[in-house]
Each structure stands twice: as C-alpha cells, then as structure tokens.
Design a protein around this ligand. Structure first.
Ligand code: 2HA
Ligand code: ZN
Length: 291
C-alpha cells in the first residue's frame, strides 16, 4: 500500500491539522512522532526506499545518542522547519518515515521529505521519550510537542514545580486527574533541541504522560493520535480555565478538595498520585505544599 493512502498517514495528518486549528503550531512550531507497528511497516514497505544515507541523530556523539531500546524500528516524524498547516495538504514534503539502525544510533529516511530536509530538530527528544515510554508501556506510540498559549502563560506565574502545576490544573476540570492521574512534569527554561532539555523531559516521561516546557510549550505521549491529542487538549483547556480564574482573582472562593479528588479513585478505577493532594491553607493560587 502507498503511505499516502494509509490510515496511519491520514490519522497523523488529521492530528497535525487539528493541532494547527487549535492555534498550537504557529509557523514551524511543534513536532509529532509515531512509532510504527510491525504490521504497519509490512503493509507500507513496498513504498519505502532503502538507499538513503545512515545519519547521526542529533547534537551528540554517536555513542551518546543511541536509542538501543528502539533499534531497527520505524517512525513517522514531522520535518525540521516544516509547518504543521502544510502537513495534511502535502504529507510527502513535510513528514518522513525513518528507520533506526541495529544499534539505534543512526537513522535513514525511507519515505517522505521529497523536497529534501531533515526530521524534526527535536528528534533526539522524541526518540528519548519514545524509548522510555515503550519501556514502561509498549503500547505508547505517539509523542507530541506543541505551543499552547494558556499552558505557556501559566509558566510565567506559577512556581515551576510539578506538584503545584498538576494540582492547579487538576482543580480546574474534574476530568483532569482521571485522564492523567500521574500528573504533569515541569522542565525549567532550557535551550530547545539540546541534550539537557531532552534528558530532563525523558526523566519525566519515565513516569508521567505530560511534560511542560517553561516559556515554550508542552510534550505529551499516548497510545494513539486520539489519546495524545485528547490529553494535550484536556491540559490546555484546564490551563485556559485557570488563566481566566487568575484574570479575575488571585484567590479561589470554591474549589475541588483533596478528599473530593480521592472520591474519584474508586468509581473511575484510578489512583490519583497523593503527591498532588496536599492540604492548602486558603484559596491562594500557586501554593507549594511547604508554603
Ligand atoms: O520549531 O517547536 O521546539 C519546532 C519546535 C522546537
Ligand atoms: Zn517547540
């Protein structure tokens, strides 16, 4: 089958357009990667070419940038400098399918980027995340990065602390702790595309499905495009409510209490991480547990 006719490419491109429609992908902002199943590779490989050069993965020395947990696997990724709004009209120019070598230390393009180019500048972060996510749950295949305005806005006013960020977001929409009971990790400002930010994000993704990058955007993972998009959408919607609340007051008159959050565990079959259910003294927004 042709990649362009596949359900995989159609779902990938639809997610790119949905993210663009949300306003999360100004210019070339954001990137999206998908770890293909064996069945998808089998179905599409008649459309692949295997004459591409094996290239090093990023900023690091080859031995430092190996992803052995992903050796030999195939990924559908967005292109560096490409615009999300152009993916659905022309996937072959704006995305690529890459294969990693047997050491997981180099990649080659087997499909796409037909007018030239490289995979996303955040490729090492995507592969690092996909590797740790696969190790904790083999079904996680999607890693998504975008620039949602309300999440970014909150990184200027909330303490850059995973507990505070998670708790404040949780209080905004009841569904939040059910959708991401392990909460949100927060990475302080760092140079994007670099090793430091990649390592920091990977540490978060070992346990959590969402990582906020201060003054930049967010990363999330999921089993499929619906879940990854839905997760980002949920976090950003809650962030929007919090921005509205903070625009009206620095204090909440009413909110969801820790005891009420615990009441969600049983009916929804989740175990909301207790680290986020600390007691607060009053309705002040952005309190640390030790405040
Ligand atoms: O331009 O979003 O973080 C792509 C990015 C880099
Ligand atoms: Zn970005």
């Amino acid at each position: 089958m042709k990649v362009l006719d596949s359900k995989l490419m159609k779902s990938y491109a639809r997610m790119a357009s949905d993210g663009y429609a949300q306003g999360w992908h100004e210019r070339n902002g954001g990137n999206l990667s998908y770890r293909m199943t064996r069945a998808e590779v089998e179905e599409l490989k008649e459309d692949f070419h295997y004459d591409g050069e094996w290239k090093t993965i990023g900023w690091q020395k080859e031995e430092e940038s190996a992803f052995p947990g992903l050796a030999g696997e195939y990924f559908l990724v967005s292109g560096s400098g490409k615009y999300f709004r152009n993916i659905e009209p022309d996937p072959e120019a704006n995305t690529a399918i890459i294969q990693l070598n047997d050491a997981g230390s180099r990649y080659r393009i087997v499909w796409g980027l037909k007018d030239g180019g490289r995979p996303t500048s955040e490729l090492p972060t995507h592969l690092g995340n996909l590797e740790v996510c696969k190790a904790r749950d083999e079904n996680i295949r999607v890693v998504y990065h975008c620039h949602p305005a309300n999440i970014i806005a909150l990184t200027f006013v909330l303490p850059l602390d995973s507990r505070v960020f998670t708790r404040e977001i949780y209080e905004m929409i009841t569904e939040c702790p059910i959708v991401f009971p392990e909460g949100i990790g927060v990475v302080p400002w760092m140079v994007c595309g670099g090793k430091l930010i990649s390592d920091a994000t990977k540490e978060i993704m070992k346990k959590q499905d969402v990582a906020v990058w201060a003054h930049h955007g967010a990363f999330c993972c999921g089993y499929d495009f619906d879940l990854a998009f839905g997760l980002m959408h949920t976090v950003e919607k809650a962030a929007e409510v919090l921005v509205k609340v903070m625009s009206m007051s620095d204090r909440k008159r009413n909110t969801i209490t820790p005891a009420q959050f615990r009441d969600l565990n049983e009916p929804f079959g989740v175990k909301i991480n207790e680290a986020f259910l600390y007691e607060k003294k009053d309705g002040t927004i952005g309190q640390l547990p030790e405040d």
